[in-house]
Design a protein around this ligand. Sequence first.
Ligand SMILES: [Zn+2]
Ligand SMILES: [Zn+2]
Length: 250
Amino acid sequence: MKLTVVGCSGSFPSAESACSSYLVEADGFRLLLDMGNGALGELQRHCGLYDLDAIFLSHLHADHCIDMCAYFVARYYRHDGGPCPPIPVYGPEGTEHRLTTAYADTPTASSMSEVFDFHTVKPSTFDIGPFTVHTERVRHPVEAYGIRVEHAGKSLTYSGDTGVTEALEGLARDTDLFLCEAAFTHGKENIPDLHLNGREAGETAARAGARRLVLTHIPPWTDPAVNLADAREVFDGPVDLAVPRATYEI
Ligand SMILES: [Zn+2]
Ligand SMILES: [Zn+2]
């Protein structure tokens, strides 16, 4: 499977990057993990506007889902051929309501479900196209999920947003690529159940036996070099910083 970083800025976009969004492709199937601020524009560098087959939303903070409102416009008011057929959208309880009310103050819930087929995520294992996915609740102020995506004996694990949790360690067990948030700086911010710092991301990767770590969701006000060095101190495997348009063959 192929992973493309569409956007990786944490909390709000930077001059260089949209917020969280990652394209995962295999067997011609395109699964998008999150669609934060600015992601819809960047996505069009990597695939056609209507080439997505499924979308997974880790949680309903704007930096992970808000461009779904723009994508609704693109699908519902498509210029040629009328509204697009619905594609599956996997998200926490209340995803449809959240997106509908974010889009308009006079909700037209039925219109959004005409182009998105909403599925409520719980901790479970299920198939999305050619992928087998595992979801686990992670620690964040709102209902939030980490996801492990498996295909042809390989795996990618994405943390979503989370504080330190064994659930994430289990999800990332022996994973080939661990895409893990590192929004905080070790020794600077210390708020439980919100975000990881670079060191905690590295420690989680080490405990899980992950083969490769890619740090993501670093906000513009955080120095990525510090988080990278902190992660490398505690994790022996290769560590990268996610950058827009980076691709990984897994
Ligand atoms: Zn976030
Ligand atoms: Zn969040």
